[in-house]
Ligand binder design. Sequence first.
Ligand code: BG6
Length: 497
Amino acid sequence: PPAPPNVMIIFGAGGDLTKRKLVPALYHLSNARLLPESFVMLGLDRLDMDDDGFRNLMGEQIRDHVGEVFEEDVWTKLCERLQYMKIDMLSGPDYELLCERLSRIDAERGTEGNYLFYMAIPPSLFSKVADHLGDVGLLHETEDDWRRVIIEKPFGRDLDSAIALNNHLHKNLDEDQIYRIDHYLGKETVQNIMVFRFANGFIEPLWNRHHIDHVQITVAESVGVEHRGAYYEEAGAMRDMIPNHLLVLLGFLAMEPPNSFEAHAMRDEVNKVLDAITPLTPEQVLTHAVRGQYGAGTMPNGEQVMAYRASNGVDPNSHTETFAALKLGMDNWRWAGVPFYLRTGKRLTAQYTEIAIQFKKAPTIMFQDTEVDELEPDMVVLRIQPNEGIQMSLGAKIPGPTMRIGTVNMDFCYEDYFGNKPATGYETLIYDCMKGDATLYKHADTVEKGWEIVQSVLDVWSALPPREFPNYAAGTWGPAAAGNLLREDGRLWRRIQ
Ligand code: BG6
């Protein structure tokens, strides 16, 4: 069913996110008839434009971002619902004008006073914008209407600043009005981790320390820092990816079955996983955490790329890491003793996200005289992106008169079953927020627990600046130390061909 009538107000509507993700997501929602008839998207920014100027700006690239399925009449209908208002986000009087504009939209378009504010702006502005909205009463809900705010990461840059941001937001907003977006939660394959585990009877009995040897979570990117040098210098690979996206994957992979798919039930289980992760001691940071920064190199397609330090907006002597790997353990009944290896980096050999679950070896005594061709231990790989799917590798007899064993793969590809449904990942998240369903959003606790896990690493890293950067060439698998993290445990990272 379509979401209830509402106005979606985007702060920072002139930015990249709106054009690349949010408007295309509204397009897909409109096409799927999930937007209400009474709907307006009001873009806010500093640029001088009228509604038509904004519609043209959004229309410029919509075909590219929507892809092959683009239909002119779907766009025409959505376009007519886009409006624009120039605003100085730091000026109080402008918010009075915003109130007037929203009342007018409600009267003309029947949007019933339901407002979804989307902060597509730098995090330093979140609290200030929320204060201004609060001052003019725009965050005040009544029995007849709702007010919600979506904020994008980063939610702070460490534990203290995340707590301060949450406290500040809570001055004007109740926790259930705040929707913290982590776009990994909008990915179909991430949501499918739960379906794979909890809708298939044969998986769950094996999903524990008795059968699983270890888990590898890889978010590899072949892209560099692109136009985001200035942001990335402040963030680095650890802050940018681990407390948020990688821990989302880990949370879904390791959680106990929740009682329902409701926001509070899911949140409690994810938080229990995060609580069970043993924070690294400063000594362990030296052996269980690896950082790297790429130098110039050649990508597999032959492209020569420059070093991180030569990127726009980056200090030529930068100590910011573009690669991070961690070995974590969990103190709970299900996972005690099972290592979870996490890695992420820019300018690596390939662009993919996957979770590889390595099962313990079967006792193969009966095959000890058998010729074994590259027998890999049983593994389940959840391919999050691209080529979304699930793969299981198994030992099988190679046909022939002698007993030979090799590894075979059973492979499920989303595309074979469900076709290629283009989506930005934001559709479900925006639609859920309009309906008031926070299941796929992050609660303040979850954000703070994510920071707690990485804080000891950040502290040691900032106290001991690296001397050896850059320590991996673009187009490789990252620094050698990342390989050693597993090799010392007698294991190897799974490589994709
Ligand atoms: C963002 C990070 O949150 O996620 C980027 O800031 C990163 O640095 C991106 O490239 C990865 O997202 P995806 O969906 O391409 O895996």
